[in-house]
Design a protein around this ligand. Structure first.
Ligand code: S3P
Length: 173
C-alpha cells in the first residue's frame, strides 16, 4: 500500500511524509527531491534552463515509474503535480491520495523567506499564492481521497490525524 501526499507549496508534504514514513516503517520518496537527484540540479535550475513544461514531463515520468515500483511507500509530490489529468489518474493508481489543505495566509507566512520555488519568485508573493491556489484548490479537492486541514497544526498533529483515518487501521498500531 502507498500513500500519496498532495497540496500547495509549503503545505508540509515533505516533512509530514518523512515523519509518517518513519512512524509506519514505510519507505519515503519526494518527487521533487528525486527529480533533483536524478538530474543533479535544483528545481529552480530546471525551470530556468528548460522551462515548466519540461519539468512537468519529468514529474509524469516519475509517477509512471513509481506506479511500477513503489511499495509500502509514502510519496510526497510537488504542488503542481495535479495540473495534468493524466497525473491524477496515476496518483490514484499509485495509492491513497491525501490533500494537505492549507490556507493562502498560512502558506504566505511559511514561505515568506523561501526562494526555492520558481513560481513564487520575485515580488507579490501573496498575490501569486492567492492566484495559483485559487485556481488549484478545487483540483486538489477533486483529486483527493482524504482531505486533512493543516492550518495551525504541528507536523506531528498532522501525522496523527492521517494515522487516525480508517484506511490506516490495518497498518498502524
Ligand atoms: C511547484 C511546487 C514545488 C515544485 C515546483 C513547482 C508547483 O514543489 O515541484 O517548484 O507548481 O506548485 P513543493 O510543493 O514541494 O514546493
Amino acid at each position: 500500500m502507498n500513500i500519496v501526499l498532495i497540496g500547495f507549496m509549503g503545505s508540509g508534504k515533505t516533512s509530514v511524509g518523512k515523519g509518517l514514513a518513519k512512524e509506519l516503517s514505510f519507505n519515503f520518496i519526494d518527487t521533487d527531491l528525486s527529480i533533483e537527484e536524478e538530474n543533479q540540479t535544483s528545481i529552480n535550475n530546471i525551470f530556468g534552463k528548460y522551462g515548466e513544461v519540461y519539468f512537468r514531463d519529468l514529474e509524469t515520468k516519475k509517477l509512471v515509474s513509481l506506479k511500477e515500483k513503489a511499495q509500502d511507500t509514502i510519496i510526497s509530490t510537488g504542488g503542481g503535480i495535479i495540473l495534468r489529468e493524466k497525473n491524477i489518474d496515476l496518483l490514484k493508481e499509485i495509492g491513497i491520495v491525501i490533500y494537505l489543505k492549507t490556507s493562502a495566509t498560512t502558506i504566505v507566512n511559511r514561505l515568506k523567506y523561501d526562494n526555492t520555488r520558481p513560481l513564487l519568485a520575485g515580488n507579490n508573493k501573496e498575490e501569486k499564492v492567492n492566484e495559483i491556489l485559487g485556481f488549484r484548490e478545487s483540483i486538489y479537492e477533486k483529486a483527493a481521497d482524504y482531505i486533512i486541514d493543516t492550518n495551525n497544526k504541528t507536523i506531528s498533529q498532522i501525522i496523527d490525524e492521517i494515522k487516525e483515518q480508517e484506511f490506516n487501521e490495518d497498518i498502524s498500531d
